[in-house]
Design a protein around this ligand. Structure first.
Ligand SMILES: [Zn+2]
Length: 261
Protein backbone atom coordinates (compact mmCIF):
# COMPACT_ATOMS: atom_id res chain seq x y z
CA UNK A 1 0.00 0.00 0.00
CA UNK A 2 1.32 3.40 -0.98
CA UNK A 3 0.78 6.68 0.81
CA UNK A 4 -1.59 7.75 -1.99
CA UNK A 5 -3.75 4.70 -1.30
CA UNK A 6 -3.83 5.34 2.42
CA UNK A 7 -4.95 8.92 1.84
CA UNK A 8 -7.50 7.90 -0.77
CA UNK A 9 -8.97 5.38 1.61
CA UNK A 10 -9.43 8.03 4.29
CA UNK A 11 -10.94 10.48 1.84
CA UNK A 12 -13.50 7.99 0.62
CA UNK A 13 -14.19 6.27 3.96
CA UNK A 14 -17.94 5.89 4.51
CA UNK A 15 -17.52 5.37 8.22
CA UNK A 16 -15.57 8.62 8.58
CA UNK A 17 -18.38 10.40 6.73
CA UNK A 18 -20.84 8.99 9.21
CA UNK A 19 -19.04 9.71 12.43
CA UNK A 20 -17.19 12.93 11.74
CA UNK A 21 -19.50 15.92 11.52
CA UNK A 22 -19.42 17.82 8.26
CA UNK A 23 -17.57 20.68 9.94
CA UNK A 24 -14.61 18.42 10.66
CA UNK A 25 -14.47 17.20 7.12
CA UNK A 26 -14.73 20.69 5.69
CA UNK A 27 -11.64 21.63 7.64
CA UNK A 28 -9.77 18.89 5.87
CA UNK A 29 -7.04 16.69 7.16
CA UNK A 30 -3.28 16.46 7.35
CA UNK A 31 -0.60 14.08 6.26
CA UNK A 32 3.11 14.49 6.90
CA UNK A 33 4.74 11.54 5.17
CA UNK A 34 5.02 11.33 1.41
CA UNK A 35 6.04 7.69 1.31
CA UNK A 36 5.86 4.59 3.49
CA UNK A 37 9.06 2.64 2.79
CA UNK A 38 12.16 2.38 4.93
CA UNK A 39 11.14 4.05 8.13
CA UNK A 40 12.63 2.85 11.38
CA UNK A 41 10.55 5.23 13.49
CA UNK A 42 6.90 6.18 13.56
CA UNK A 43 5.57 8.99 15.69
CA UNK A 44 1.86 8.77 16.55
CA UNK A 45 0.23 11.95 17.82
CA UNK A 46 -3.45 12.59 18.45
CA UNK A 47 -4.63 15.38 16.17
CA UNK A 48 -3.22 18.32 14.34
CA UNK A 49 -2.97 21.24 16.68
CA UNK A 50 -6.01 23.19 15.73
CA UNK A 51 -6.31 26.88 15.94
CA UNK A 52 -8.17 29.05 13.53
CA UNK A 53 -5.23 31.09 12.39
CA UNK A 54 -2.96 28.19 11.65
CA UNK A 55 -5.75 26.25 10.06
CA UNK A 56 -6.76 29.02 7.68
CA UNK A 57 -3.18 29.56 6.53
CA UNK A 58 -2.32 25.89 6.25
CA UNK A 59 -5.52 24.88 4.53
CA UNK A 60 -5.38 27.59 1.92
CA UNK A 61 -1.77 26.75 1.10
CA UNK A 62 -2.54 23.04 1.03
CA UNK A 63 -5.55 23.60 -1.24
CA UNK A 64 -3.42 25.51 -3.71
CA UNK A 65 -0.81 22.75 -3.95
CA UNK A 66 -0.67 21.26 -7.41
CA UNK A 67 0.20 17.74 -6.36
CA UNK A 68 -0.17 15.49 -3.36
CA UNK A 69 3.55 15.69 -2.78
CA UNK A 70 3.43 19.49 -2.68
CA UNK A 71 0.45 19.39 -0.37
CA UNK A 72 2.29 17.14 2.04
CA UNK A 73 5.22 19.57 1.93
CA UNK A 74 2.86 22.31 3.12
CA UNK A 75 1.75 20.17 6.07
CA UNK A 76 5.35 19.32 6.86
CA UNK A 77 6.39 22.94 6.94
CA UNK A 78 3.52 23.90 9.27
CA UNK A 79 4.32 20.93 11.45
CA UNK A 80 7.99 21.93 11.68
CA UNK A 81 7.06 25.47 12.62
CA UNK A 82 4.74 24.19 15.35
CA UNK A 83 7.27 21.61 16.50
CA UNK A 84 9.90 24.29 17.03
CA UNK A 85 7.66 27.03 18.38
CA UNK A 86 7.26 28.26 21.94
CA UNK A 87 7.65 25.69 24.68
CA UNK A 88 7.77 22.83 22.18
CA UNK A 89 11.20 23.85 21.07
CA UNK A 90 13.03 22.89 24.24
CA UNK A 91 11.16 19.59 24.29
CA UNK A 92 11.96 18.80 20.67
CA UNK A 93 15.59 19.73 21.15
CA UNK A 94 16.05 17.28 24.01
CA UNK A 95 13.92 14.63 22.37
CA UNK A 96 15.89 14.65 19.13
CA UNK A 97 19.23 15.10 20.83
CA UNK A 98 18.57 11.94 22.78
CA UNK A 99 18.02 10.07 19.51
CA UNK A 100 21.19 11.63 18.18
CA UNK A 101 23.20 10.81 21.29
CA UNK A 102 22.17 7.18 20.93
CA UNK A 103 23.29 7.14 17.31
CA UNK A 104 19.76 6.64 15.98
CA UNK A 105 19.69 9.82 13.92
CA UNK A 106 22.27 12.40 12.84
CA UNK A 107 22.10 16.16 12.42
CA UNK A 108 24.18 19.30 12.83
CA UNK A 109 21.54 21.98 12.92
CA UNK A 110 18.27 21.24 14.69
CA UNK A 111 16.16 23.63 12.63
CA UNK A 112 17.48 22.35 9.33
CA UNK A 113 16.93 18.81 10.50
CA UNK A 114 13.32 19.37 11.59
CA UNK A 115 12.64 21.04 8.25
CA UNK A 116 14.10 18.23 6.22
CA UNK A 117 15.65 14.90 7.12
CA UNK A 118 13.36 14.54 10.13
CA UNK A 119 10.48 13.56 7.83
CA UNK A 120 12.60 10.82 6.27
CA UNK A 121 13.67 9.46 9.66
CA UNK A 122 10.27 9.64 11.38
CA UNK A 123 6.99 8.70 9.79
CA UNK A 124 4.83 11.28 11.56
CA UNK A 125 1.13 10.70 11.78
CA UNK A 126 -1.91 11.86 13.69
CA UNK A 127 -4.39 9.34 15.01
CA UNK A 128 -7.22 11.72 14.06
CA UNK A 129 -6.46 13.09 10.63
CA UNK A 130 -9.08 15.81 10.64
CA UNK A 131 -8.38 19.16 12.13
CA UNK A 132 -10.26 19.40 15.36
CA UNK A 133 -10.07 20.60 18.90
CA UNK A 134 -9.19 17.87 21.33
CA UNK A 135 -12.46 18.39 23.17
CA UNK A 136 -14.40 17.64 19.98
CA UNK A 137 -12.92 14.18 19.66
CA UNK A 138 -15.12 11.40 20.97
CA UNK A 139 -14.19 7.84 21.81
CA UNK A 140 -15.85 6.51 18.67
CA UNK A 141 -13.67 8.81 16.55
CA UNK A 142 -10.54 7.39 18.12
CA UNK A 143 -11.80 3.84 17.88
CA UNK A 144 -12.49 4.24 14.19
CA UNK A 145 -9.30 6.20 13.51
CA UNK A 146 -7.36 3.17 14.73
CA UNK A 147 -8.48 1.37 11.57
CA UNK A 148 -6.70 3.93 9.42
CA UNK A 149 -3.69 3.89 11.70
CA UNK A 150 -3.55 0.11 11.39
CA UNK A 151 -3.25 0.49 7.59
CA UNK A 152 -0.40 2.91 8.05
CA UNK A 153 1.37 0.65 10.51
CA UNK A 154 0.99 -2.33 8.19
CA UNK A 155 2.31 -0.31 5.25
CA UNK A 156 5.23 1.29 7.09
CA UNK A 157 6.09 -1.55 9.48
CA UNK A 158 8.20 0.70 11.69
CA UNK A 159 10.71 -0.87 14.03
CA UNK A 160 9.94 1.57 16.81
CA UNK A 161 6.69 3.43 17.38
CA UNK A 162 6.58 6.47 19.64
CA UNK A 163 3.04 6.78 20.90
CA UNK A 164 2.29 10.16 22.44
CA UNK A 165 -0.37 11.12 24.97
CA UNK A 166 -2.73 9.36 27.30
CA UNK A 167 -5.69 9.28 24.95
CA UNK A 168 -3.74 7.77 22.08
CA UNK A 169 -2.05 5.26 24.34
CA UNK A 170 -5.33 4.08 25.83
CA UNK A 171 -6.90 3.32 22.48
CA UNK A 172 -3.66 2.04 20.97
CA UNK A 173 -3.18 -0.49 23.73
CA UNK A 174 -6.80 -1.53 23.76
CA UNK A 175 -6.89 -2.16 20.02
CA UNK A 176 -3.44 -3.62 19.50
CA UNK A 177 -2.49 -5.39 22.72
CA UNK A 178 -3.79 -8.79 21.72
CA UNK A 179 -3.55 -8.32 17.95
CA UNK A 180 0.19 -7.65 18.09
CA UNK A 181 0.82 -9.37 21.39
CA UNK A 182 2.13 -6.17 22.93
CA UNK A 183 4.04 -6.66 26.13
CA UNK A 184 6.29 -4.48 28.23
CA UNK A 185 9.73 -6.06 28.06
CA UNK A 186 10.26 -5.53 31.77
CA UNK A 187 6.74 -6.46 32.78
CA UNK A 188 3.87 -4.29 33.88
CA UNK A 189 4.33 -2.28 36.98
CA UNK A 190 1.91 -3.86 39.39
CA UNK A 191 0.14 -2.12 42.18
CA UNK A 192 -1.75 -3.48 45.09
CA UNK A 193 -4.65 -1.64 46.51
CA UNK A 194 -6.01 -2.53 49.88
CA UNK A 195 -8.50 -5.35 49.60
CA UNK A 196 -7.77 -5.87 45.89
CA UNK A 197 -5.72 -8.62 44.40
CA UNK A 198 -2.50 -7.41 42.84
CA UNK A 199 -3.16 -6.05 39.39
CA UNK A 200 -1.44 -4.06 36.73
CA UNK A 201 -2.56 -0.61 35.81
CA UNK A 202 -2.18 -0.23 32.12
CA UNK A 203 -2.32 3.49 32.06
CA UNK A 204 0.29 5.74 30.58
CA UNK A 205 1.59 6.86 33.96
CA UNK A 206 2.84 3.30 34.39
CA UNK A 207 4.04 2.94 30.84
CA UNK A 208 5.79 6.20 29.95
CA UNK A 209 9.26 5.42 28.65
CA UNK A 210 8.89 1.66 29.11
CA UNK A 211 9.69 -0.32 26.03
CA UNK A 212 7.02 -2.66 24.68
CA UNK A 213 7.56 -5.44 22.23
CA UNK A 214 5.06 -6.56 19.64
CA UNK A 215 4.97 -8.82 16.60
CA UNK A 216 3.80 -8.18 13.06
CA UNK A 217 4.05 -11.92 12.48
CA UNK A 218 6.00 -14.76 13.92
CA UNK A 219 9.28 -13.63 12.40
CA UNK A 220 9.01 -9.91 12.80
CA UNK A 221 9.24 -8.00 16.05
CA UNK A 222 8.67 -4.35 16.61
CA UNK A 223 8.78 -2.02 19.58
CA UNK A 224 6.61 0.69 21.09
CA UNK A 225 7.68 3.47 23.41
CA UNK A 226 4.69 5.19 25.05
CA UNK A 227 5.32 8.81 26.01
CA UNK A 228 3.35 11.63 27.54
CA UNK A 229 2.20 14.37 25.24
CA UNK A 230 4.99 16.76 24.50
CA UNK A 231 3.01 19.82 25.50
CA UNK A 232 2.66 18.69 29.09
CA UNK A 233 6.26 17.63 29.43
CA UNK A 234 7.19 20.60 31.58
CA UNK A 235 5.43 19.26 34.59
CA UNK A 236 7.10 15.89 34.30
CA UNK A 237 10.46 17.50 33.77
CA UNK A 238 9.99 19.10 37.14
CA UNK A 239 9.81 15.66 38.68
CA UNK A 240 13.52 15.08 38.61
CA UNK A 241 13.57 15.27 34.85
CA UNK A 242 11.81 11.96 34.67
CA UNK A 243 10.29 12.43 31.19
CA UNK A 244 13.65 12.20 29.49
CA UNK A 245 15.23 9.86 32.01
CA UNK A 246 12.57 7.21 31.36
CA UNK A 247 12.64 7.84 27.65
CA UNK A 248 16.41 7.42 27.62
CA UNK A 249 16.16 4.09 29.42
CA UNK A 250 13.52 2.98 26.92
CA UNK A 251 15.79 3.86 24.00
CA UNK A 252 18.69 2.07 25.66
CA UNK A 253 16.56 -1.06 26.02
CA UNK A 254 15.61 -0.75 22.36
CA UNK A 255 19.25 -0.48 21.33
CA UNK A 256 20.23 -3.44 23.47
CA UNK A 257 17.64 -5.67 21.86
CA UNK A 258 17.53 -4.44 18.33
CA UNK A 259 20.70 -2.99 17.13
CA UNK A 260 24.17 -4.10 16.68
CA UNK A 261 25.29 -0.89 15.04
ZN1 LIG B 1 -12.56 6.25 8.21
Amino acid sequence: MKIEDIIKEIESCEECKKIFPQKFRKRGYTFYADHVANYEFMMVLQNPLFNNKRHAAEKSEADRASSLRDRIKVHQSFFSRWFLSGPNKSFVKRFLELFKEKGLIAFDNLKDYVNGQFFSDFYVTDLIKYWCYTKEIKDNHRKHAIKHLRKEIEAVKPRLMLVFSTRVWDVFLKEFESEYNLQPIKGWKTIKKQGDPERSEKKLANAHGFLFQGRYDKNRKFFVLPLFHLSVNARYMLLRDSYFQYMKEGLEDYLKIVVKR
